[in-house]
Design a protein around this ligand. Structure first.
Ligand code: DWN
Ligand code: ZN
Length: 406
């Protein structure tokens, strides 16, 4: 399978083929599974600019519908993370006479609420109605649209240039990334910055985190690919920092070309990426082989425990659960339910495999023998919350970076 690159037109060769999958965040209601949408989950790298991308693109209106169920403020660690980001902007970038901040995909307003409380001009650009309403309730101003260069032009005409543009776990979701970058170049003040953080290819490869691959992640960014993409649209990558959040994300800072000094971190990370072979097809092919091993090991373990009469339930229903359960063929026969703290996911089913999602009380009311941790990036927070489970002899099953029991 080959496609033209969405950024530079080069050739993208499909190196990772995980087969047919439903949408990661579909979470259908029972009785709504008859005509689920499936696509072929194939990921590859551009042979010119090295951007890693999905070969089949799912229309954005299908993905970010009115009932988009993911709430960015669903974890205490995430809430703190986004409040710190907002405070950082208030302290360093939003200090001029009448500063203006724009967030692309502002979700439930977890970041912008802090900026709104400080009385700073801001605008969230968020097409999913329910989460946009949640942010309005926090005093956040929202434009209910998808961001592209047309939106950028209109925002600039109405509000003037932006001192800060921000996006978290959203920029890599936008298949018209070229238009987003053109829009950023249009909307940013000469002294402004465009900061975004997204799951990092280096961490995904290092951890064999194949479950980060699903319809929403049109791209998996690397420093090298972002530097090249920024350059094409009059922007420059001036900083990049690796963070633990979401199992390994990179925070990129772009500025108008030549406007800011470039941090030495950028060069250091580029060297590290070259040593890791991140720009090579062979690295993705090796990743695909390791993903198959994880699948075989996890399926064997779950089947074996089930055959021994052990009760296993799932913990956390992140979008990632859709990839891993569909890829491994794990359904309600092996895992009767998965618990998740997000009210909009409870009472629904994991797309494709139809494992029911229940409230966390279902877990604590009747502790199983094993809990398969799908929200592995929140392991610390969840294991601390569910200490009693382990104290009573319960064991956690993890599959990142390989299958193991703790
Ligand atoms: O790009 C995206 C990223 C990176 O975030 C989005 N497309 C959506 C989202 O992906 P995800 O769904 O994999 O995100 P999380 O944060 O790993 O999801 C964690 C899930 O676990 C949530 O549904 C909430 C749940 N949870 C829980 O039930 N109890 C989380 C915590 C911390 C808990 O204590
Ligand atoms: Zn390319």
């Amino acid at each position: 399978m080959h496609n033209p690159c969405r950024i530079c037109g080069g050739t993208v060769k499909g190196s990772i083929d995980l087969g047919r999958h439903p949408r990661g965040n579909a979470f259908p209601r029972p009785g709504e599974t008859a005509d689920e949408f499936f696509y072929r989950l194939v990921v590859g790298m551009c042979d010119v600019c090295t951007m890693v991308q999905l070969l089949e693109d799912i229309p954005q209106e299908v993905r970010y519908h009115d009932e988009y169920p993911y709430h960015a403020s669903g974890s205490a660690i995430h809430r703190r993370h986004f409040e710190e980001i907002a405070q950082g902007f208030l302290d360093t970038e939003l200090t001029g006479p009448d500063p203006f901040a724009v967030e692309i995909g502002s979700n439930d307003g977890v970041m912008l609420a802090r900026i709104a409380r400080a009385g700073v001009r801001h605008l969230g650009v968020e097409p999913s109605r329910q989460v946009a309403e949640m942010s309005r309730a926090k005093g956040v101003r929202v434009l209910p649209e998808f961001f592209d260069e047309g939106t950028a032009e209109r925002i600039r005409a109405e509000h003037g240039p932006a001192d800060v543009m921000f996006g978290a776990n959203v920029i890599a979701h936008i298949s018209h990334l070229a238009s987003v970058l053109r829009g950023a170049a249009l909307l940013l003040a000469r002294t402004g910055v465009f900061v975004f953080e997204e799951p990092y290819l280096g961490s995904v490869v290092e951890k064999t985190a194949f479950d980060i691959l699903y319809d929403e992640h049109s791209f998996v960014f690397s420093v090298r690919a972002i530097q090249a993409a920024a350059e094409r649209f009059g922007l420059e990558l001036v900083d990049a920092r690796l963070m633990e959040i979401h199992g390994g994300s990179m925070r990129y800072t772009l500025a108008p070309a030549g406007a800011r000094p470039v941090s030495p971190r950028v060069g250091e990370l580029l060297e590290k990426e070259a040593a890791q072979g991140l720009g090579e097809h062979a690295t993705l092919e090796e990743f695909a082989r390791r993903a198959r091993t994880v699948r075989d090991d996890l399926t064997a373990l779950v089947r074996d425990l089930h055959a021994q009469g052990k009760r296993i339930v799932g913990y956390g229903a992140p979008a990632k659960i859709t990839t891993v359960t569909n890829y491994c063929g794990i359904g309600p026969d092996l895992i009767p339910f998965v618990c998740d703290s997000t009210p909009s996911k409870q009472g629904r089913l994991v797309a494709g495999t139809h494992i029911p999602v229940r409230a966390p009380e279902a877990f604590s009311a009747d502790h199983p023998d094993y809990a398969l941790l799908f929200a592995w990036n929140h392991a610390e927070e969840i294991m601390a919350k569910e200490r009693e489970f382990a104290e009573r002899g319960g064991r956690w099953i993890l599959y990142v970076p390989d299958v193991h029991i703790v």
